[in-house]
Design a protein around this ligand. Structure first.
Ligand code: COA
Length: 467
């Protein structure tokens, strides 16, 4: 059911879903491998340190925890009810939740509007709205909060901990991507799968992350379709004053749009209309899943670029040329090196290097040359941000360079300017990149991806200038 407006009670009560103190799993199945059983196991294995109440009328214990026949029998307050019973039983257990005064509900169960069963979906939403209980779902994988160690889902594990709040209309996709958060060290605070978004929609979650969740610095969205366009625009405008929002819109081809309809019952709509809506809302777009991760990682770790002049510092001409093309594509066309910065850059290169932007320190560049050039660029008042490109050479140990770039990132932090790094090479380089990301520096394997990340940081900077 379309949200009537952005509701304050939902924004305030979402903390009970994202950071619950007690969770009841209604439909906590006895058999390992069934979804209801896995949710209980995930909560335990994830290290949740609140109370876990399995609900199953046929069991006394589930995974060593005392089970209760109904949620009403739990001798304690319940912040969050996770519902994993078949669709035909959902209405009656929601009635129990209402009577128990649970503070938030997540319905994992499928079989609602996505298969034409809209009447039942509307009924459960009306019940929850009447009693001001926010409901996430139905047809979701659950909610995962890495900072609070809440894996209230049937996802494989909690994501790598970080500062991105990820809201996805696809559940299966988002849990599959948990593997990426670890491989690529793309840190998430929270992952919410919203499925049919029958009650709580993108809008309220976006405002929650911006205003109520200090653990989140950027919001990433996977969108198939929006039902409440004006509320979405209002929420994004409100939230983007505080945090950046990046979105991937899927289902833009004719057939993709039909696929979205049968997946989550969403009207996908034309790409042109969506682009206009996102622009009006101040949402930064991502081209694909990798780009969604790349851009949200940079935005979650770095401040926005407040000026157009982005300096690129490289040890390889080719990487510099690719980044120059990419800069145009991502709305940050490279400008000349400021005149007074040229002699400073020249200190760090042999005579055959180039102080033009991109600055080519040449293949002879040592970590201290990079450090000097990056720091001088960051300190220049006209510079908005710096992108470092490194092509692996035998004369520079990638980890030594990573350590110097970490030091440079501290200077960037003091200057309140973004630093983005691109390390190109094999395993040794990957290890250094991971180390840098673990230490808060967004690092990418190609110039294109690094420039997209910096483009997003500048886009957010421009957006803030307009607000
Ligand atoms: N209160 C509490 N538990 C109840 C109950 C009630 N009123 N009624 C039934 N249960 C219990 C059952 O006894 C069962 O436990 P048991 O196995 O120990 O007997 C448990 O709830 C689950 O019921 P069951 O009938 O076995 O269903 P299931 O586990 O096969 O399927 C769902 C339930 C919710 C997983 C399934 O209907 C579903 O929707 N699956 C798709 C989920 C999904 O993919 N979501 C979207 C992801 S993107």
């Amino acid at each position: 059911m379309r949200i009537p407006k952005i509701r304050d009670y939902v924004i305030k009560n979402l903390k009970y879903i994202m950071k619950p103190r007690s969770i009841a799993i209604i439909g906590a199945a006895r058999e390992p491998g069934k979804i209801g059983n896995q949710v209980v196991k995930n909560l335990i294995d994830g290290g949740f340190n609140g109370k876990i109440y399995p609900i199953n009328p046929k069991a006394d214990q589930i995974l060593g925890l005392k089970a209760y026949p109904t949620v009403k029998a739990v001798p304690d307050d319940v912040d969050l009810a996770i519902i994993v019973v078949p669709a035909r039983v959902v209405k009656s257990v929601i009635q129990d939740c209402v009577e128990k005064k649970v503070k938030g509900i997540v319905v994992i169960t499928s079989g609602f509007s996505e298969v034409g069963n809209r009447e039942l979906e509307d009924e459960i939403v009306s019940m929850c709205r009447k009693y001001k209980i926010p409901l996430i779902g139905p047809n979701v994988v659950g909610v995962l909060n890495a900072t609070q160690k809440v894996n209230a889902s049937f996802g494989p594990k909690l994501p790598y901990k970080g500062k991105i709040g990820f809201v996805s209309q696809s559940g299966a996709l988002v849990i599959a991507l948990i593997g990426w958060t670890w491989n690529q060290r793309v840190g998430m605070s929270t992952i919410v799968s919203i499925g049919n978004k029958a009650d709580v929609d993108f809008s309220e979650l976006i405002v929650y992350f911006a205003e109520e969740d200090p653990d989140t610095n950027a919001v990433a969205l996977y969108i198939e379709g929006l039902d409440a366009g004006p509320e979405f625009v209002e929420a994004c405008k409100r939230a983007s004053k505080k945090i950046p929002i990046v979105a991937l819109k899927a289902g833009i081809s004719e057939r993709g749009s039909l696929a979205a309809m049968s997946h989550t019952g969403s009207m996908a709509g034309s790409a042109r209309i969506y682009r206009a809506v996102f622009k009006q809302a101040g949402v930064i777009l991502a081209e694909n899943l990798e780009d969604l991760y790349d851009r949200s990682l940079a935005l979650s770790l770095q401040p926005p670029a407040r000026k157009d002049l982005i300096m690129v510092i490289t040890n390889g001409g080719g990487a510099g040329v690719i980044s120059t093309d990419a800069a145009e594509k991502y709305g940050i066309p490279l400008q000349d090196t400021p005149r007074d910065l040229v002699p400073k850059m020249k200190q760090y290169m042999p005579p055959f290097g180039s102080a033009k932007n991109p600055v080519d320190l040449t293949g002879m560049a040592r970590p201290e040359d990079y450090y000097g050039a990056v720091v001088d660029a960051l300190k220049h008042p006209e510079v908005g941000g710096v992108v470092v490109l490194y092509c692996h050479t035998a004369i520079t140990n990638p980890m030594d360079l990573a350590k110097k770039m970490y030091e440079a990132s501290k200077v960037a932090e003091n200057e309140n300017k973004p630093l983005v790094v691109c390390f190109i090479g094999g395993e040794e380089v990957d290890r250094a990149s991971i180390w840098l990301k673990e230490n808060g520096v967004p690092t990418y394997p190609s110039p294109m991806r690094a420039m997209s990340a910096m483009g997003a940081l500048r886009e957010y900077g421009r957006l803030l200038e307009k607000l």
